[in-house]
Design a protein around this ligand. Structure first.
Ligand code: SAH
Ligand code: SF4
Length: 379
């Protein structure tokens, strides 16, 4: 795909008054079809079109009657987000900027690797959590995405990738794009279910990862409702520093967060929790801090992903040197903690971790600790 290819003008979001069908579970679709005077098996047929064949235009759903196709087109919404721009990085990473209505833009990134293709989806327009080293956080928050808009990113990317011969497919989905997924709980859980459903994308639960900055009550709810993989953005080995980097830590400090993580691993028989740790020069990358981190994670079902900091305009942070990252990693390895350094992907098109900014206007300013935030987080 050529860089900066403008494909279509931004369209408005979901059509008002029409029911969005993307991302709905089978039981709900059966209810929709019952309302149209149709048999339940239509739900299965529709899911095969949407997720098996990536067809969202009712006119092409040839095993449905003409009358039903017209009903679907008139009364339901199967629209995918429209592509505002698409860029491909030198390393094959693809970033789509998608219109989310009202002038808002979100971003979705595909990262091809040997033997797998990871799609990084957004869950919110912006983010309210304001981590000090994150471009999305600096954009502020506008709104949650619906399950249709989250699953729409997966259908759209899979379809676009399928148009290019030899391009790898989506084998993994990570909620590491714009937004805090657990602050949009209901829609994210609904989307996860479609991703792992036999009638959906049929991904194994280990290939779907929800990444959170540490919303402890929602980690517990997630454990009750799905068993997908969990990644936790830790970034500091002590509360004082984490309060500064990840402000939600003031509400849910490290000890409370880790307790929820170990419970999650046990309850879901997860292979382990992945801890993300963005390497910030002179801030959190010393060997003493590595030893302290090891003290928190040793002999636990934990692995660590070290993420070299990805700069963005106006940030006060700098990326740790490769030597500092290696030293930090070695301390963890010596204490038996599986640790990898994440390769920086797509940074030439601002598609790397934490660089996704999209376009967030009409921000809802939600200071931490206000009731408003709790309402937002109820998802
Ligand atoms: N909101 C979720 C998921 C999205 S961010 C979360 O915070 O977990 C995905 C990962 O990128 C998180 O670990 C996040 O802390 C990290 N990140 C944010 N900004 C970054 C930056 N500028 N450089 C490197 N990693 C960053
Ligand atoms: Fe939000 Fe995650 Fe960025 Fe923090 S790191 S501001 S939680 S997107």
């Amino acid at each position: 795909m050529p860089a900066d290819m403008s494909v279509a003008p931004p369209a408005a979001g979901a059509s008002p008054g029409r029911l969005a069908l993307l991302g709905l579970p089978k039981a709900d679709l059966e209810g929709v079809f019952a309302g149209l005077g149709e048999k339940p098996y239509r739900a299965r047929q529709l899911m095969r079109w949407l997720y098996g064949r990536l067809v969202t235009d009712p006119a092409q759903m040839t095993d449905m009657s003409q009358a039903l196709r017209e009903q679907l087109a008139a009364r339901c919404d199967l629209a995918l987000p429209s592509i505002d721009a698409c860029q491909e990085a030198a390393d094959g990473t693809v970033k789509w900027r998608l219109a989310a209505g009202d002038g808002q833009l979100i971003e979705t990134v595909f990262i091809p690797e040997e033997g797998r293709g990871t799609l990084c989806v957004s869950s919110q327009v912006g983010c309210a959590l304001d981590c000090s080293f994150c471009a999305t956080g600096r954009q502020g928050f506008n709104r949650n995405l619906g399950a249709a808009e989250i699953i729409g990113q997966v259908v759209l990317a899979s379809r676009e990738l399928g148009l290019v011969a030899g391009r790898s497919r989506v084998t993994n989905v990570v909620f590491m794009g714009m937004g805090e997924p657990l602050a949009n709980f209901r829609a994210v859980v609904q989307a996860c279910r479609v991703l792992v459903d036999d009638l959906g994308f049929q991904l194994s639960r280990r290939r779907v990862t929800v990444s959170t900055s540490g919303l402890v009550p929602q980690i517990r709810r997630l454990q009750a409702e799905t068993n997908v993989a969990l990644a936790v953005s830790l970034h500091a080995p002590d509360d004082e520093l984490r309060n500064e980097l990840v402000p939600i830590n003031r509400r849910h400090p490290i000890a409370e967060l880790l307790e929820a993580c170990w419970e999650y691993a046990e309850a879901t028989s997860a292979v382990g929790i992945t801890f993300e740790y963005t390497m910030l020069a002179g801030v959190n990358d010393s060997e003493a801090q590595a030893r302290r981190l090891a003290g928190l994670l040793a002999n636990r079902p934990a692995k660590v992903n070290l993420i070299p900091f990805n700069p963005f305009p106006g940030t006060r942070y700098r990326r740790s040197s490769p030597e500092a990252i290696n030293r930090f990693r070695q301390v963890l390895l010596d204490r038996g903690i599986m640790t990898i350094t994440r390769r920086t992907r797509g940074d030439d098109i601002a598609a790397a971790c934490g660089q996704l900014a999209g376009q967030v206007t009409n921000r809802v300013r939600v200071p931490l600790g206000s009731r408003q935030v709790d309402v937002t987080w109820a998802g």
